[in-house]
Design a protein around this ligand. Structure first.
Ligand code: ZN
Length: 490
């Protein structure tokens, strides 16, 4: 009964919405409503239970953008005004649980609990708080509904903790009209605060060195927050390394050696709440290659690897604009990430179910056929060989470190693998550099971890990363990032 009523509400309010633009002042206060909850389950079943609800500082989002126009993310938060039944706010997102449920343990019925946070403009009156999830056909259905009265006594109204040093590195104005990024320190000891400051400055520079951020610099604010960790570094479980750090971040997330994430969402959100923010970036004090980015959730990368700056931009593409990985044949342990016959929700991948209506047809280069013949077999022989070498390197190094081989030996082995990888990389780069379609938009098969049946927009892209040091976003990804910048700032 309830589900039926809710979809009727949804239909009705969508109709209403198309007629009258929503006024922020009519439904909201200039404050943030933070709803912390637990997301529990496996591949077959998931449930939500509320943890705590807070009213915190000013709303960092854009008061002119209340309804999400992107239709990206595995989940959606929706707020309905109780008095009028109108949909007054919506926002898509992904979560750690959302990735977990696609893994083998989840498929085998192992239930896990993850902590998540919904950041919302604080409603002036009671609302229905709804979390929707996508089914296998990417259609949204309600997963959880709760009436929330922002004036209720159980809503926590204390001031957020302000114990940490805050560094405003980029200031361009009012949080409501800017993309507000908070960069949080992880794995820096108290003695390493100056290093964090230097890394923060460096990454703010790196961020604006790439398009489209370079031309849109004035639309961003960046703050850094330093919470010292007891120990320097980060957990590397496969290598037997465990560090006591502020956010408990760890490599080997979801079984993937280079996947670096934190499950300690509550601490992360408590730290971030010290400033108004739209997006979280965690800077991890480590030399190892790795990172992660989850759409409208958080983004994380190590800072001292030779590829860190690249990873930083790539992961932010995931977490900020909801872009999909365009690479394939990789080692990430996701099952049926893009089931055959279903159009992906992300802007930069398509299943090409209707070729004449290509998802990015307004950007398609004249004269390029769809699907695009791009010499995939030749490319794959180089690309998959490189992936294999990198996997062998990871496994061998982990084994040597676990067996306490001398550092010198480990370094020699690492150098040997790096040299092989570099040679292949040079050939891959040459393939891309000399390719007749290198600047063209088409539909290139291979993307989203899937070698067949999923297509990406261009030969190369920051979200593909087969030529790590060079490419910026492809034209489709760049457009998606630009749209997200506008969403926050115009
Ligand atoms: Zn792209």
């Amino acid at each position: 009964m309830k589900k039926l009523a809710l979809s009727a509400v949804l239909l009705f309010s969508t109709l209403l919405l198309s007629q009258t633009p929503l006024k922020f002042e009519r439904f909201f206060l200039d404050q943030t409503l933070r709803i912390d909850y637990y997301h529990v389950g496996d591949a077959a079943e998931e449930i939500i239970t509320i943890d705590q609800i807070y009213r915190q500082g000013v709303w960092a989002g854009n008061p002119k953008q209340l309804i999400d126009p992107f239709n990206t993310g595995r989940y959606f938060i929706k707020l309905y005004d109780v008095a009028s039944n109108a949909l007054i706010y919506s926002r898509g997102f992904d979560s750690y649980f959302g990735e977990y449920k696609t893994t083998e343990p989840a498929e085998n019925g192992v239930k896990r609990t993850y902590h998540e946070t919904a950041l919302l403009p604080c409603p002036a009156k009671p609302v229905f708080f709804v979390i929707e999830m996508r089914d296998k056909n990417n259609l949204l259905h309600p997963l959880f509904t709760r009436k929330i009265d922002p004036a209720a006594i159980e809503v926590i109204k204390e001031n957020p903790d302000r114990q940490d040093n805050i560094y405003p590195v980029v200031r361009n104005g009012d949080a409501h009209k800017k993309v507000d990024i908070v960069m949080v320190a992880e794995g820096y000891s108290a003695e390493e605060e100056a290093k964090f400051q230097a890394d923060l400055e460096r990454y703010a520079k790196v961020f604006f060195a790439w398009e489209p951020y370079k031309s849109k610099r004035k639309k961003f604010n960046i703050s850094g927050i330093f919470r010292p960790s007891r120990e320097s570094g980060v957990d590397e479980p496969e290598r037997g390394i465990f560090k006591n750090t502020a956010l408990n971040s760890s490599f080997n997330s979801l079984g993937s050696d280079r996947y670096l994430l934190t499950e300690d969402n509550k601490t992360l959100r408590d730290i971030a709440a010290q400033v108004p923010y739209d997006a979280i970036f965690i800077l991890v004090n480590s030399k190892r290659y790795g990172g992660g980015g989850i759409y409208n959730f958080f983004c994380i990368t190590t800072v001292d690897n030779e590829w860190s700056e690249f990873v930083f931009q790539h992961e932010f593409g995931h977490s900020f604009a909801g872009l999909a990985d365009e690479y394939y044949g990789a080692e990430v342990a996701y099952n049926e990430f893009y089931p055959p016959g279903v159009e992906p929700a992300e802007a930069n991948l398509t299943a090409l179910l209707d070729p004449p209506n290509l998802k990015w047809k307004e950007l398609l280069s004249p004269g390029v056929t769809v699907p695009t013949d791009w010499g995939k077999a030749k490319f794959d022989s180089l690309y998959l060989a490189d992936l294999k070498i990198r996997q062998q390197k990871t496994d061998t190094l982990a084994a040597l470190i676990r067996q306490a081989y001398p550092e010198e030996t480990v370094k020699q082995v690492e150098a040997r693998y790096d040299s092989l990888s570099r040679q292949l990389n040079e050939r891959i780069k040459a393939f891309a550099r000399n390719h007749p379609l290198k600047d063209k938009v088409g539909a290139f098969e291979g993307g989203g971890y899937v070698a067949k049946g999923i297509y990406r927009p261009m030969l190369n892209c920051l979200m593909l990363k087969f030529e790590k040091d060079d490419p910026g976003f492809c034209k489709v990804c760049e457009q998606a990032v630009n749209r997200m910048i506008e969403y926050y700032s115009e």
